[in-house]
Design a protein around this ligand. Structure first.
Ligand code: BYC
Length: 318
């Protein structure tokens, strides 16, 4: 293709983005658009399946049958979100095996938040309330992202995230109506998960290398800092309502801004976790890689079955 032809295609592509048209897998797209989507969508998929691990740890220890059923359903939903997202990413011309290879070799990232431990039952409440709460704020704008398969997957994911958030908040509400020990457990979980939840929304806009281009392509509809502010403004009243204290002495309502001012985030901690040095990075990768290796026989059996079916079909035709 000549340079002039590519320029024309790019012009038409930009015009489609400006008209808010969805870009579909077989449409022409700039190579960088394709690669950026593979990066973000696959990291999102990886986050969903790694995100099953900290909570999966509590399924057998949930305090009642009702809590167990709800947690089990939530963790299964996360597996499902990972699968929609892997399928949507595959439409961009990369295979599932390549995506897993990138995760297992450490080439692809997954969300920093899942490298923290779940020490008590209250952590399950805090994850649902804060982590899924932050995820909804990040993902609702993604329902109108420009790449069709990603946007459509997000509509379903967001509905489920909404149940996850309520499930977590309800655990916190219940603990805050409980004994002094239960209240202390809820406060302790909030203390440990608050700052990592703010970090989860990504580096500040001035440090975010991808935001400017992703906003132009309407992959991102809001910047990391905008989403973080929205998350804080929404979550602080929820904490106050049930008597929890946000662990930030600088947190203060700003009348002019009509939003909260907040303290300094420890970005060194964030980058340490992103680079693999968080409290649970090694544990998460070991669990993930061994699940992949232990599941080899299932993939082999599925392939053998598919081959047999194919043979049968051919024999019938023959
Ligand atoms: N952790 O330029 P930036 C869930 C990386 S799962 C690790 O701002 P971008 C759930 C970033 O990748 C929720 N790395 O990037 C599941 C980039 O490095 P690379 C997961 C992070 O992409 C189970 C570099 O830092 N949600 O909800 O414009 C249970 C510079 O960042 C993080 C998604 O994945 C991080 N937190 O913006 C419960 C949503 N933040 O790639 C809940 C989709 C940044 O150049 N993703 N980095 O090596 C997004 O919206 C965007 O990718 C982000 C980052 C806002 C996360």
């Amino acid at each position: 293709m000549s340079e002039a032809q590519i320029k024309n295609l790019e012009k038409e592509f930009d015009a489609r983005i400006a008209r808010d048209e969805k870009i579909e897998p077989k449409d022409w797209m700039p190579e960088k658009y394709r690669k950026t989507h593979i990066r973000q969508m696959s990291q999102h998929a990886h986050s969903e399946i790694i995100g099953m691990l900290p909570e999966g740890n509590w399924i057998s220890r949930a305090p009642s049958l009702r809590r167990k059923v709800a947690l089990l359903a939530k963790v299964q939903d996360e597996g499902g979100h990972g699968l929609y997202l892997y399928s949507a990413t595959e439409t961009l011309g990369i295979t599932r095996d390549e995506l897993f290879e990138q995760l297992h070799s450490g080439k692809a990232k997954y969300s920093s938040i899942f490298n923290y431990p779940t020490l008590t039952w209250a952590d399950i409440g805090a994850i649902g309330w804060l982590v899924d709460g932050a995820a909804i704020i990040n993902q609702v704008p993604l329902c109108s992202t420009s790449f069709g398969p990603y946007a459509r997957a997000m509509v379903r994911v967001c509905k489920e995230e909404s149940f996850h958030q309520r499930q977590g908040y309800e655990i916190m509400v219940k603990l805050m109506k409980g004994t002094p020990e239960q209240k202390a457990m809820a406060q302790d979980a909030l203390n440990r998960w608050w700052w990592p939840s703010l970090m989860m929304l990504g580096p500040t806009d001035s440090e975010s290398v991808h935001t400017a281009q992703s906003m132009k392509w309407k992959l991102k509809r809001k910047t990391n800092d905008e989403l973080r502010q929205q998350f804080i403004d929404q979550t602080v009243p929820q904490a106050e309502l049930i008597g929890l204290n946000i662990p930030d002495e600088e947190l203060k309502w700003n009348k002019e801004k009509k939003s909260y001012d907040f303290g300094t985030i420890d970005w060194d901690e964030f980058w340490q976790v992103v680079k693999g040095h968080g409290p649970c990075n090694k544990e998460r990768m070991t669990a993930r890689v061994s699940a992949w290796e232990n599941g080899q026989w299932v993939r082999d059996a599925a392939m053998a079955h598919a081959e047999k079916q194919e043979h049968k079909k051919l024999n019938k035709v023959g």
